[in-house]
Ligand binder design. Structure first.
Ligand SMILES: C[S@@+](CC[C@H](N)C(=O)[O-])C[C@H]1O[C@@H](n2cnc3c(N)ncnc32)[C@H](O)[C@@H]1O
Length: 502
């Protein structure tokens, strides 16, 4: 059973500063025809009627229980029209958007990632074929842009993932070519009572429909960030915030039309103008999953972090000669069939050995067939490269994959020129690389597709020699003493900063 809140994504905008900011952004006129596409319990409608009791408002809402609430609040208003319908599928709305839109203003807090049954998802995929149908808020945004009249204004509160994520490229293109962005406010999701998205933040986007693409491209708009409290939304004082200004054409020409918003515009420029990217000089791939780690994965010590629930590996069963084996991807016969595997966890440079995977012939043939297992990118297993955990705790980290297996929580990075491995190891552990990846994707995730977009600059010979020998000394001291000299790391970071310019 799906609970009601999840089914309808009914998280209401119970925050006066947010509601006031959004209503304010609409620049309401007394004669405006206004649309609230996901009525809920009517917070926006109430705020608008408080300003103008004769405002002409159409409300759509899917949930019959919310319809009752809306009727009890607004049925006395002749100028408010409440309809129980699905905003994304409704025929009347489709008709109106096909004819160029009928609304002067639209305001919404649409459902985020709303649950859709398969049949509905199939219809949505057809109707909104360019968009990512699983994420409802982008569909609502698209739908509502279509429902605006030329020059009509819309204000939406939505997660900020549409700014960067791959899957939202089409909605970014639509916004940048069919509308003029008036303002974009970015703030933590904790400002929004009762909602916690984990890593994603919230945004309020206000835009104006404009069919002339040249005008859209020459539009410049402000991005407001660094809010320290939700109240700052109620009276925007730019000197208290960080304000970035962008030309729409600039954003459009970014890779994937991504909104690269960063403290240092030179970072965004470097990302755009890079002659080479990590994806050009290295293969970046996700690793292996047994499908059932409890059965196949073992640890070498009961004290290993997160290792409590796993069996202890018998040292006699660990194969130490595997690197020279010819058919390693078929698994091993005999007793010695456990091989070292690198797992996630933010350890820099070198991870101590701890995890071992059952690599017997039977186990490997099981991984190749099992539905839950991921025998993916096997040509990279047991090679020398670098592992970057898919999720960073704070900054991005990287450690060596010394001819080991690596699991699916890691992106394996294998430079085409193996002599670049230590340089890349230093780079992926540097603040410079962290600035790049967090500009490309502000969330704490580092999937292979984002890592590939990070710019790459070759070091000169002298720089490379210094970096290689410093990395070697860091690796040696971790291997022998369990820790390394921070000064060595600082000197690496400084050199990398010099090479990349920040
Ligand atoms: C996130 S709530 C926001 C409600 C209100 N706008 C607010 O800010 O308080 C989303 C609302 O949209 C409704 N809803 C979900 N899917 C819908 C759809 N396809 N068509 C119309 N309304 C929908 C939910 O029932 C819920 O009341």
């Amino acid at each position: 059973m799906i609970n009601e809140a999840r089914k309808y994504q009914a998280f209401y905008t119970k925050s006066t500063p947010i509601v006031d900011y959004m209503v304010d952004k609409l620049l309401l006129n007394p004669t405006d025809k206004i649309f609230e596409p996901c009525g809920g319990d009517g917070v926006f409608v109430k705020a608008i009627l408080d300003l103008n009791e004769f405002a002409n408002i159409d409300i759509c809402e899917l949930n019959p229980a919310s319809i009752e609430v809306l009727q009890s609040k607004f049925s006395t208003f002749q100028n408010v029209n409440i309809r129980e319908c699905d905003t994304l599928l409704d025929n009347e709305l489709s008709f109106n958007s096909n004819f160029g839109g009928i609304y002067d203003k639209i305001i919404a807090n649409p459902p985020y990632g709303a649950w859709q049954n398969l049949a509905k998802r199939a219809i949505l995929k057809k109707m909104y074929s360019a968009l990512y149908a699983k994420e409802s808020y982008a569909l609502f945004l698209f739908r509502c842009i279509e429902l605006l009249k030329e020059e009509g204004i819309l204000s939406f509160i939505i997660p900020d993932t549409f700014l960067n994520l791959h899957m939202h490229k089409a909605i970014r293109k639509h916004i940048l070519t069919k509308t003029k962005i008036i303002e974009l406010a970015l703030f933590p999701s904790s400002f929004f009572p009762g909602v916690n998205f984990g890593y994603a933040n919230l945004s309020i986007i206000t835009l104006q429909k404009k069919s002339n693409q040249t005008e859209c491209f020459s539009n410049s708009f402000n991005v407001l960030t660094n809010f320290s409290s939700v109240e700052q939304l109620a009276s925007i004082k730019e000197y208290e915030l960080k304000v970035y200004s962008f030309l729409q054409q600039e954003i459009f020409s970014n890779p994937d039309h991504a909104f690269l918003i960063s403290d240092n515009s030179s970072i965004a420029k470097a990302i755009n103008n890079a002659a080479l990217k990590i994806g050009d000089i290295a293969d970046c791939v996700t690793g292996f999953y047994s499908g059932d780690d409890k059965t196949f994965l073992q640890v070498n010590s009961p004290d290993l972090k997160n290792g409590k629930n796993y069996d202890l590996v018998d040292p006699n069963k660990i194969n130490r000669e595997y690197k020279n084996a010819i058919n390693i991807l078929d698994g091993f016969e005999g007793e010695k069939h456990f091989l070292p595997i690198v797992k996630g966890g933010n350890t820099k440079y070198l991870k101590p050995e701890g995890w071992f995977m059952n690599w017997s012939k039977e186990a490997v043939s099981h991984y190749k067939k099992d539905k839950k297992a991921r025998f993916q990118n096997p040509q990279y297993y047991f090679r020398f490269g670098i592992g970057v955990p898919m999720i960073s705790s704070s900054s991005i980290t990287a450690s060596l994959i010394e001819n080991k297996l690596f699991d699916q929580s890691i992106v394996g990075i294998f430079p085409k020129d193996e002599s670049l491995t230590f340089y890349l190891l230093a780079f992926f552990n540097s603040p410079t690389c962290n600035k790049f990846i967090r500009t490309i994707n502000p969330s704490a995730n580092n999937p292979a597709n984002y890592i590939k977009k990070i710019p790459f600059i070759s070091p000169n010979e002298e720089q490379k020699e210094i970096i290689d020998s410093t990395v070697r000394s860091i690796l040696e001291s971790i291997a022998t003493q369990g820790h390394y000299n921070e000064q060595d790391e600082n000197s690496l970071n400084k050199l990398i900063e010099k090479i990349f310019g920040f």
